[in-house]
Design a protein around this ligand. Sequence first.
Ligand code: NAD
Ligand code: TYD
Length: 349
Amino acid sequence: MKVLITGGAGFIGSHVVRRFVKNHPDYKIVNLDNLTYAGNLENLIDVAKETNYIFEKGDIQDQNLIEQLFQNYQFDGVIHLAAESHVDRSISDPFAFARTNIIGTMVLLHVSVNAWKDNFENKRFYHISTDEVYGSLGESGFFTEETPYDPNSPYSASKASSDLFVRAFGETYGLPYVISNCSNNYGPNQFPEKLIPLFINNIIHKRPLPVYGKGENTRDWLHVEDHANAIDVVFHQGKNKETYNIGGWNEWKNIDLIHLLGNLMDNKLRRKSGDYQRLITYVKDRPGHDLRYAIDASKIAKELGWKPKYTFEEGLQQTIDWYLSNSEWLSNVTSGAYQDYYKNQYLDQ
Ligand code: NAD
Ligand code: TYD
């Protein structure tokens, strides 16, 4: 099989590329990424020289390039992860999210249809999406595959829109597709703008920990390797035109998660127990901040036999250890443009 993976230099994409390159040595894996602030080839150093792996630098909105790649490699499958992925950035620059997440996805869909339309057999377009398309839950209930879309942020609206275009290309042009909607991921290589790596980095440097609102928002956390494993399973065994929700059955209120993380960090850094607590700083809430996400992941468990392997504590320990032993990675990604982002987001309020 020849598989195009988009966004493979990012957080989740790099784990997916590694898994496919190592577990499927008979496949050719082409990673297309335009290396935004979130894309980093250092994430893939260990697979860069594998003979079944190729990196192509480019933008998913560039139709000529995508056509050229289809021509050169004759892909059988696309696993589409490239996206603008951070809610706070979508609030300050929503158009960037429409361009990459909607238009970029449409370009990939359009070129895939044209390349495959004479024979869709054994072809697959796999779109990676998020549970945020379902909007916000109250205190109870879960998102299932039947929950109506109700996105609240420009990020989730752009992902919801791209999901609907995937579906429409399936219905209208016959494109064989599958979609999965996953909960919040954490793990090695995540850019330190998202909650867990941001707080790990800030605890290391004894910087304030900016908690939005009252810290009562709830997220369902899944280790990125469990997500990559689920993506492998859905790509190979998922049914055409189906959606699969992927989640960790692992809900945490932000403030409880921050205490768990802070205690683990103080312990690892051999600081006085509870030292992190003086860093906690309540700041202005995110506009349109979804209260609670929680995935009902029983369909993928029942139909495809997938379930997460990491317990949360194990996963967090492994993640913290990774950031502590990859201080060069962390200081590389937090130099330059990151400083401007940080100042805008947290210091100029
Ligand atoms: P990320 O921001 O870490 O990585 C995105 C990657 O896409 C980067 O390597 C970036 O360079 C690349 N990219 C961005 N715009 C591009 C463009 N126009 N052309 C080519 N490449 C481009 O994101 P992530 O957290 O790894 O998320 C990957 C996917 O998974 C996204 O589609 C996201 O919506 C989805 N998702 C993420 C989470 C999560 O918790 N992080 C949860 C569920 C679903
Ligand atoms: P984030 O990692 O941005 O993921 P998402 O918004 O896509 O769920 O945020 C996770 C939760 O943490 C969310 O409720 C917002 C909150 N949060 C903070 O309280 N402070 C922060 O600095 C960040 C980045 C997030």
